[in-house]
Write a protein that binds this ligand. Structure first.
Ligand code: HEC
Ligand code: HEC
Length: 460
C-alpha cells in the first residue's frame, strides 16, 4: 500500500524543517465524540484517509508552531529518522504521525491537550477501521494500527514508545475508541450471540450469595479476550434481572485492558442499572473510563497483576492460555486508579527453609503470572483477593492440602497449604509496609471477621 501519502508525509517533514509559522487555519477535524467526527464547520464528516492524514499534518504543524525553533528542528529530526531511507507504507506513516503527535502534545502542553489526545486516538482508530476488509469484525469494531516491525523498531529507537495511557477525560464512545486504538478488543453489544457462556461460577470471592455466570468473547484481531460477569440474586423470583454486570477486555499483544460497568451515569449519584437478563445492550450504555469514578469500586484495586483478570483455576473463569498477555498489562482507567505499574518484588529476597514451598513456582515471568506491585493502590487486592486465595484456591494443585475448613475467623489465616506460610506472610507484610495506616490495615482483619462471622456467606 505504497502511495502518494507516503510522499506527502516526507514532504510534510521536509517542508516543516523550517520553524512552523503560527497557524490560523481551522482543523480539518474539529472534534470527535459518540462515534462521529466533526469537520472544520462543526458538521459530521465521513472520515477518509486523506482527511485523517490532513488532520495529522494540521496537529503536527500546530503543535510545532508553539515551540521554539531549535526544539522544532530537533523534534522534526526525530520524526524524519522514523521514516528515512526507505519507502514507507501509509499505515506506518499514520502510526508514526500519531506517536509523534502524542510526543508533541506532551512537549508543547497545549491548553486543549485532552481534546487533542482524544482526536489523535479516535482518528487513528478510524483509519484502522477503513483499511480493514469491509464487514470484518476488525472493521466493525475498529482495531489498533498494525505498524510494520521496521517502523515499530524505528519508533522504539527514538524512545517514542506509546505513552502510558489513562482514561482521563474519556468516557462513552471516546473511551471505546481509545481502547481500540490501544489494541484492546472491543466486544459486541451485551446480549449478542458472540458472547459465549462458560457456565456459572462456584467459587466467589465477592457477592457470594449471588449467581455469577461467565461470558467471554475471544478476539483474533487484535488478539485478546473480553469477559463479562453478570451477577443476579438467586432468590429473585422471576430470575430475570441482572444486578451487576462488569465487562473487562484485554489486548494480549499490546498488554492493555479496559473496563465497563452497568451503572447509570447520573450525577451526583451513580445508580446501578438493573437489566433484563435477555436484553441487548450497546457498550456505550455501560459506564466506561472516567464514568467509573465514584461507581462500583476501583476495578484495578482488585484487578491487578500480569493479566487483569482474577482467575480461580479450574473454574468457569479459567479460559486457559487466551488469558495470558505477552506483555504486562497496563489498564486504561482513571488517572487516580492503580495503573498496575509492574510485577511485585515482595518475594525476591525471601529465602525458603527446607520443606517450605514457593508461590513463585507458578507466579513467575515464564508462566506470565506475576503478582502485582502491592501498595495502597491495591489495598483491596491485599484485603479481598490475597487472603481468600491462600485459604481457598492457592495453590491450586492436588498434591497440596485440601481447602481449609470454614470456621469463624479467629485472627489467623487458615492456609490451604501451610507450606506456603513464609511467602504468604511476606506478601501480606508488603501490603502492610507500603504506608498503609493502621486503620487501613485493620480493613484486612475487619474484612475477614465480617466474612467468617457469618458462615452462610462462606464459599460454595
Ligand atoms: C473488591 C475487589 C474487586 C473490585 C473492586 C472489582 N472486582 Fe471484578 N472481580 C473480583 C473478583 C474476586 C472476581 C472473580 C469472581 C469472584 O470471585 O467473585 C471478579 C471478576 C470480574 C470479572 C470476570 C473476569 C475476571 O477477572 O474474573 C469481571 C468482568 C469484573 N470482575 C469486572 C469488574 C469491573 C468492571 C470492576 C470495576 C467497576 C470490578 N470488577 C471491580 C473482584 C473485584
Ligand atoms: C501450582 C501453581 C500455583 C501455585 C503454587 C500458586 N498459584 Fe496462585 N494461581 C495459579 C494460577 C494458574 C492462577 C490463575 C491465574 C490466571 O490465570 O490469571 C492463580 C491465581 C492466583 C490468584 C488470583 C486469585 C484467585 O485465587 O483466583 C492469587 C491471589 C494467587 N494465585 C496467589 C497465590 C499465592 C499467594 C500463592 C502462594 C501461597 C500461589 N498463588 C501459589 C497457580 C498457582
Amino acid at each position: 500500500m505504497l502511495n502518494a501519502f507516503a510522499l506527502a508525509g516526507v514532504a510534510l517533514v521536509i517542508g516543516a524543517m523550517l520553524p512552523a509559522q503560527a497557524q490560523t487555519a481551522l482543523p480539518p477535524i474539529s472534534s470527535v465524540g459518540h462515534g462521529s467526527i466533526l469537520g472544520a464547520n462543526g458538521k459530521d464528516v465521513a472520515p477518509t484517509r486523506a482527511l485523517i492524514l490532513a488532520s495529522q499534518k494540521y496537529y503536527i504543524d500546530r503543535l510545532l508552531s508553539q515551540l521554539p525553533g531549535d526544539r522544532q528542528t530537533q523534534l522534526l529530526g526525530q520524526r524524519a529518522r522514523m521514516s528515512s531511507g526507505r519507502a514507507v507504507v501509509e499505515e506506518d506513516e499514520v502510526y508514526a504521525n500519531s506517536i509523534f503527535i502524542e510526543k508533541l502534545i506532551s512537549v508543547a502542553k497545549p491548553a486543549d491537550a485532552l481534546a487533542m489526545d482524544s482526536i489523535n486516538s479516535v482518528i487513528v482508530n478510524q483509519y484502522a477501521k477503513m483499511v480493514r476488509p469491509p464487514g470484518s469484525v476488525a472493521a466493525v469494531s475498529g482495531i489498533a494500527l498494525a505498524p510494520s516491525a521496521i517502523m515499530q523498531a524505528a519508533v522504539d529507537s527514538e524512545g517514542l514508545k506509546k505513552k502510558q495511557q489513562d482514561s482521563e477525560g474519556l468516557s462513552g464512545q471516546a473511551y471505546i475508541d481509545a481502547c481500540a486504538a490501544a489494541g484492546v478488543p472491543v466486544p459486541p453489544p451485551w446480549g449478542d450471540k458472540r458472547w459465549k457462556s462458560n457456565g456459572r461460577l462456584q467459587t466467589k470471592f465477592i457477592l457470594e450469595t449471588e449467581v455469577a455466570e461467565v461470558f467471554w468473547y475471544g478476539s483474533k484481531s487484535p488478539v485478546g479476550v473480553c469477559i463479562a460477569l453478570p451477577r443476579w440474586k438467586e432468590n429473585d423470583k422471576k430470575n430475570v434481572n441482572v444486578g451487576a454486570l462488569g465487562i473487562i477486555c484485554q489486548g494480549n499483544t499490546t498488554g492493555t485492558s479496559c473496563y465497563w460497568d452497568n451503572m447509570k451515569k447520573k450525577k451526583p449519584v451513580d445508580i446501578p442499572i438493573v437489566l433484563p437478563k435477555d436484553a441487548t445492550v450497546p457498550l456505550t450504555t455501560f459506564g466506561g473510563g472516567d464514568d467509573l469514578i465514584g461507581g462500583n469500586g476501583i476495578c484495578t484495586d482488585c484487578h491487578a497483576g500480569e493479566n487483569t483478570f482474577i482467575v480461580h483455576p479450574d473454574s468457569a473463569l479459567d479460559l486457559g492460555p487466551i488469558l495470558r498477555p505477552t506483555k504486562w498489562v497496563r489498564p486504561i482507567v482513571p488517572k487516580a486508579w492503580n495503573q498496575n505499574p509492574g510485577p511485585s518484588s515482595a518475594l525476591d529476597k525471601i529465602v525458603l527453609k527446607e520443606g517450605e514451598k514457593s508461590c513463585l513456582r507458578c507466579h513467575n515471568e515464564k508462566d506470565r503470572n506475576r503478582f502485582p506491585t502491592l501498595s495502597l493502590a491495591t489495598l483491596k487486592y491485599c484485603t479481598t483477593i490475597l487472603p481468600q486465595a491462600v485459604e481457598h484456591t492457592m495453590p491450586p494443585t492436588d498434591d497440596d492440602a485440601p481447602p481449609s475448613p470454614r470456621v469463624p475467623f479467629d485472627g489467623t489465616l487458615r492456609l490451604k497449604s501451610p507450606a506456603y506460610k513464609t511467602h504468604v506472610d511476606a506478601l501480606l507484610a508488603t501490603c502492610q509496609d507500603t504506608g498503609a495506616t493502621a486503620e487501613q490495615m485493620a480493613q484486612i482483619v475487619k474484612y475477614l471477621e465480617n466474612k467468617w462471622e457469618n458462615p452462610t456467606q462462606a464459599l460454595q
